[in-house]
Design a protein around this ligand. Structure first.
Ligand code: TRP
Length: 363
């Protein structure tokens, strides 16, 4: 009944530390486009998490500031529709930061220390024992605030973010049990295609990341894309065209799995009906890397062409982008203020309202 009619709410976000790449696309951005057209969703929010980006980029605020606008362009260029999806800037929504303060009391230091995502990030960033910023260490708590302040049910993010969602659900349970049922437990929303969970870099490294220089950006030009694809990692033992090749762990095939449908392949290379046919040919021998790379280039270029076109439009109309961010941030303020108000009520720290009732004073 009432429960069943309850519509879903999406909230997700990205740290603005650079432009978004095709790994972001298959891991999380594509899911947002699906949700955008799903009538079960009542409200949809995407957050540019600049405050979170600053937790481990304190010495490079310029990079974060520039990336806020670039990430907004990335969203709009992939087809995020501001009529359906609110795009907001985290630092401009005060309730998020206020809520974080209260959540900090519901989480132990030991619990944060155990978080596998934080652990591996501390390692990756090369933070030594004595150099972890408090803000970085506690960002999972702030992220729980990001999600719950919107009463989000659904969070499309990369699989590696699951421990943060688990942390968030724990906070929700603790808050609701301690004070009263206000908050909603969110769920992660992952791609169905398992290849998309973690797209490797163009060099075959398990992760695509700017620091490794193995990314393909959504904003890459045709020329840059061609260069990157043609120098991609394949099967190091596939030396001559006639040699049998291996498809597993071969990045070119992994990308085809993530981006290319059978129909598309057949259109580009009519000799093949399905991706499986292409793989079989490669395994058998007689199919060269260059030919497969050319197919992949076509697939990715067809994918990026409309994205580049929309980006060019918005780059020429920055005032539209600013308006979209202003509107999204405004809506986010409303939504989060409302949640914060209800939280303060059940926490009974709405003193002036309580005294108004008790003493007839001004609320
Ligand atoms: N941690 C996310 C990332 O690294 C960014 C993020 C911030 C986020 N707040 C969020 C994701 C809330 C989902 C929900 O990309």
């Amino acid at each position: 009944m009432a429960e069943n009619n309850k519509k879903k709410i999406m909230l997700t976000g990205d740290r603005p530390t650079g432009r978004l790449h095709i790994g972001h696309y298959v891991g999380s951005l594509r899911q947002r486009l699906i949700i955008q057209d799903d009538p079960d969703f009542e409200k949809i929010f995407i957050m540019i998490a600049d405050a979170q980006a600053l937790t481990d980029n304190a010495d490079d605020p310029e990079k974060v500031r520039e990336s806020v606008f670039q990430v907004a362009l990335d969203y709009l260029s992939i087809g995020i529709d501001p009529k359906k999806t609110h795009i907001l800037i985290q630092s401009q929504v005060p309730a998020l930061h206020e809520i974080t303060i209260y959540y900090m009391n519901l989480v132990t230091v030991a619990r944060v220390q155990r978080n596998p995502t934080v652990k591996s990030e501390i390692q990756m960033r090369g933070f030594g024992e004595g150099s972890i910023p408090v803000g970085f260490f506690t960002y999972p708590i702030s992220q729980a605030s990001d999600i719950t302040a919107f009463l989000a049910t659904t969070v499309p993010v990369g699989e590696y973010q699951e421990p943060l969602l688990e942390q968030c659900r724990e906070i929700v349970r603790k808050f609701n049990a301690t004070y009263g049922e206000v908050l909603v437990e969110p769920e992660i929303y992952l791609p169905e295609n398992k290849t998309c969970l973690r797209l490797p870099g163009t060099d075959g490294h398990a992760k695509m990341s700017k620091s490794l220089g193995n990314t393909i950006y959504l904003s890459d030009s045709e020329e840059v894309l061609k260069k990157k694809v043609m120098s991609m990692y394949t099967d190091p033992n596939h030396l001559r065209v006639e040699d049998p090749g291996t498809v597993e762990g071969n990045t070119v095939f992994t990308y085809l799995d993530a981006f290319c449908t059978d129909e598309q392949l057949h259109e580009i290379a009519p000799d093949y009906e399905t991706l499986e046919d292409l793989k079989a040919h490669y395994r058998r021998g007689g199919l060269g890397d260059v030919k497969v790379k050319k197919i992949l280039f076509r697939v990715l270029n067809d994918f990026l062409t409309p994205i580049r076109e929309r980006r060019t439009y918005y780059e020429a109309h920055p005032e539209d982008v600013v308006e979209i961010l202003r509107e999204g941030t405004e809506e986010a303020r409303k939504q989060t203020e409302e949640t914060l108000k209800r939280m303060k009520q059940v926490m009974q720290i709405d003193y002036f309202d309580q005294w108004a009732e008790k003493f007839g004073t001004e609320a």
